[in-house]
Design a protein. Structure first.
Length: 249
């Protein structure tokens, strides 16, 4: 959809909506993250790897201020342009820089989000360490990463890795260990998209693209959420969601 139309819809408060992603995975994933955010409304938040800012604006509706950062300057140019039409709904700004180059003050943020980004970053340990430094004591980080544990086919995995520039796939236990070693208090690590339906749709996404169509997307998201609710929580997943806290002292 054209940017001018999107900006007009933003002024009316109709855009962004999570359903504009065209992917049922994004809709369910976003819901899982928001559910865990337990917003107070006065937070200073950060969204790492924000793309063109769609999720940043949606998170931003619940906090006092949110900054989205991304290394892709054309995404950030779009996000900044959208932000001018969205000041009535969210207080958001954007930076086109890797996190560790920005140099935020220590103990600065109450909440950090990152949606499917850390698996694309070469120096992910440096980035997570920087997150810990700039989080206030007691602040939380909520992020998702790819695991693709449900995909056995090595050729398909390689196709996904190459197409989406994945540096590494994560695992629940090793991610929890890494966060703990760094000094985070791990509150939760949860595999997402564990169901057979999720596996089938994800395989379709790898082969045909993750645009499932705007109308079909919403009903697929409902089916996905229902299938997840019926699948054991400790089953292997396609994504992994982590929630961790900076200890108070
Ligand atoms: C798979 S996309 C996810 C975008 C968005 N969060 C979403 O879920 O739709 C990964 C994003 O991470 C960004 N990215 C990659 N490396 C990064 C880094 N070191 N710092 C910040 N963003 C990065 C990419 O430019 C891209 O926008």
């Amino acid at each position: 959809m054209k940017k001018t139309v999107l900006k007009f819809l933003m002024k009316l408060g109709l855009y962004p909506h999570i359903r504009f992603t065209y992917s049922p995975f994004k809709i369910v994933e976003f819901g899982e993250m928001v559910e865990r955010a337990k917003f107070r409304g006065d937070e200073r938040a950060l969204d790492i790897g924000c793309g063109d800012g769609l999720q940043t604006f949606l998170f931003g509706q619940h906090v006092d201020h949110i900054t989205g950062i991304d290394v892709n300057s054309s995404f950030i140019a779009d996000a900044r342009s959208y932000a001018t039409s969205y000041t009535h709904k969210a207080n958001a700004d954007f930076e086109d820089s890797p996190l560790e180059k920005i140099g935020y003050p220590a103990n600065h943020f109450d909440l950090i989000f990152s949606v499917c980004v850390i698996e694309h970053i070469d120096n992910h340990e440096e980035v997570l360490r920087e997150c810990l430094r700039i989080m206030k004591p007691g602040a939380r980080i909520i992020f998702t990463v790819d695991t693709l544990e449900t995909i056995d086919d090595k050729a398909l995995l390689e196709k996904h890795r190459a197409a989406h520039h994945v540096v590494r796939y994560f695992r629940k236990d090793t991610l929890a260990e890494l966060l703990t070693e760094m000094g985070f208090e791990v509150l939760e690590t949860q595999n997402l998209f564990r169901s057979e339906l999720a596996r089938k749709l994800f395989v379709q996404g790898i082969n045909e693209g993750f645009n499932f169509g705007r109308l079909r997307c919403t009903s697929l998201a409902r089916e996905l959420a229902a299938a997840e609710a019926e699948t054991a929580l400790d089953a292997p997943g396609t994504f992994l969601l982590a929630v961790a806290r900076k200890p108070e002292s």
